[in-house]
Design a protein around this ligand. Structure first.
Ligand code: TEU
Ligand code: CA
Length: 537
């Protein structure tokens, strides 16, 4: 029953996880060869970022065939084997469902642009205005405008993301049928469910002009609308037959919107990824970063803990910079890495761990834009260049926020290319792999890796950590103290997110600390995290 409330989910970015054939690109046999690592960590499910055929303009989020595996990642047989081998280790597989858009190389698009039935209206097509102007004033997510002219059809098509990611038109009933077939295709092969990409954008109510905004003009025409809820309830009917699980990536959601997407009575999603806690270190948009204000961060976490019965908990994914430089401190790399692990594994909800986080991987150490692959980063650089922003500043902006920070290859050991590939890696390996790698940390009882393993086991042992209530006790500009309680079982977690010692009011039997100490007297060292067993009152 609701296995996903007890599971730790591990996200794999296949391109960067493990290469098995020396072409420099991670692949499915590579993942299968590393399943023991995940089993040791106590992982209950893997979310696989897309492995379908794709021109890779957005690394697989531009899909050209939903029912196959990209040749560089392997074959359907490799996928079947991964599902089987994972199952043998008690690990479920979640596929990435990217159905807001397809690649413009998808057969549906190729036919739609030629007005071949029934594909004619699979996408949002619109003619140019009298002066050749775009159909509306909307702006896109990737720093470019969201209408692309198609010479074949002689109309514009809508793309909220990259120019080669055309938005599907859910007003056309066949589109929904197609997606339901995709769901069944993978569920029949034994996957346990889906992570649903930008799922709250599916339904566009009209293509009318939007309100001008700094970021994303037009979003009132597609953000979490009733049409999307209807689609999700349709999907649910298919999913229920397989008892399948879904987590939706929901951009710009408020707690109210999130509840409507995943409240248990809604019959839509099981949980969502919300973004508000990832916005505590920015001015207005993600490219304008500022120092983290811990109190704002804690308050945001508290708000989402209190307002949603259950949610996905995460600090990293393939779109975000690494968490230690961002929410922790590189000066206290080990301590803050363990503190963030503690936060992730003791909040109420399903924790999602991103590959490399379990060994404290940090942002890339690239020197310039030519080492960056990400389409979003490149677009944003182009836009900034157009605004005459000098190169050094452009690089600072991109380096701090680029999605490639999270996409550098997994650091397995201190051999060539960190054990990721015997060939030339598709994206640079961080040079710190000589001292940040799994093999070393396996041999070090005090490592971040062993801390994750230990806490993951503690979470499996202590039902209060999984199913217990959440109650916050202290929240200051650096200290966060909260309690998880279920029946008689009550645990208190106290965190100091600063380079200075702190005092908290809680006492109790010390279960864990990321410092060596015997008992707890209310004093926290810099970046200390403690878990206390509350004495019965
Ligand atoms: O991301 C959607 C999204 O809105 C952002 O997280 C995005 O990465 C960017 O930060 C916007 O500024 C999802 C996927 O996770 C991402 O990898 C894809 O590129 C995107 O959808 C399109 O499929
Ligand atoms: Ca490969």
């Amino acid at each position: 029953m609701e296995w996903w409330k007890d599971a730790l989910v591990y996200q794999i970015y296949p391109r960067s996880f493990q290469d098995s054939n020396g072409d420099g690109i991670g692949d499915i046999p590579g993942i299968t060869s590393r399943l023991d690592h995940l089993q040791e960590l106590g992982v209950g499910a893997i979310w696989l970022s897309p492995v379908y055929p794709s021109p890779n303009d957005d690394n697989g989020y531009d899909i050209s065939d939903y029912k196959d595996i990209a040749p560089e990642y392997g074959t359907l047989e490799d996928m079947d084997r991964l599902i089987l081998e994972a199952r043998r280790r008690g690990i479920r597989i979640l596929m990435d469902l990217v159905v807001n858009h397809t690649s413009t190389r998808h057969e549906w698009f190729e036919k739609s642009r030629r007005r071949i039935a029934p594909y004619t209206d699979y996408y949002h097509w619109a003619p140019a205005g009298p002066d050749g102007s775009k159909p509306n004033n909307w702006t896109g997510f990737f720093g470019e405008d969201c209408w692309q002219w198609d010479d074949v059809r002689e109309e514009y098509f809508l793309h909220l993301f990259a120019r080669t990611q055309a938005d599907l038109n859910y007003r056309c009933p066949q589109v929904l049928d197609e997606v339901e077939q995709v769901l069944r295709f993978w569920l029949d092969r034994g996957v346990a469910g889906f992570r649903c990409d930008v799922i709250n954008l599916l339904w566009k109510d009209s293509l009318a002009d939007g309100k001008e905004r700094l970021a994303l003009t037009g979003m009132e025409h597609y953000l979490s609308l009733e049409g999307t809820h209807d689609i999700l309830r349709r999907f649910r009917k298919v999913l229920d037959r397989y008892k399948a699980f879904t987590v939706g990536e929901a951009v710009f959601v408020t707690p109210d919107m999130a509840r409507d997407l995943c409240g248990p009575e809604r019959g839509e999603l099981d949980m969502v990824f919300s973004f508000e806690h990832m916005e505590c270190d920015q001015y207005l948009i993600k490219w304008l970063k500022r120092d983290l204000r811990p109190k704002k961060f804690f308050k945001c976490l508290i708000k989402w803990q209190e307002e949603l019965p259950w949610n996905a908990i995460y600090l990293e994914n393939h779109d975000q910079p690494r968490s230690i430089p961002r929410f922790g401190s590189e000066g206290y790399w080990r301590e803050s890495g363990k503190l963030l692990a503690t936060l992730l594994l003791t909040l109420r909800g399903t924790p999602f761990l991103y590959q490399g986080q379990e060994i404290g991987m940090v942002d890339f150490d690239f020197d310039g834009l030519d080492q960056i692959d990400d389409v979003e980063s490149r677009n944003v650089d182009r836009v900034l260049k157009g605004l005459h922003v000098p190169e050094a500043l452009r690089w600072r902006i991109i380096a701090r926020t680029s999605r490639d920070n999270a996409r550098t290859p997994m650091q397995w050991d201190d051999g060539p290319n960190a054990g990721f590939t015997t060939g030339r890696p598709w994206l640079g390996v961080n040079r710190n792999f000589h001292f940040v790698n799994l093999a070393d940390q396996e041999n070090d009882p005090d490592s971040i890796w062993n801390w994750y393993k230990d806490l993951s086991a503690l979470r499996r042992e202590r039902e209060a950590l999984r199913r217990g209530d959440f109650l916050w006790l202290e929240c200051t500009d650096r200290v966060f103290v909260y309690r998880r309680r279920l029946g008689e079982e009550s645990l208190t977690i106290a965190l100091d997110l600063s380079d200075r010692p702190a005092r908290v009011g809680s006492r109790g039997k010390l279960l864990r600390s990321n410092y060596r100490r015997d008992g707890f007297d209310g004093r926290l060292a810099p970046w200390e995290a403690v878990i206390l067993e509350d004495e019965a009152t």
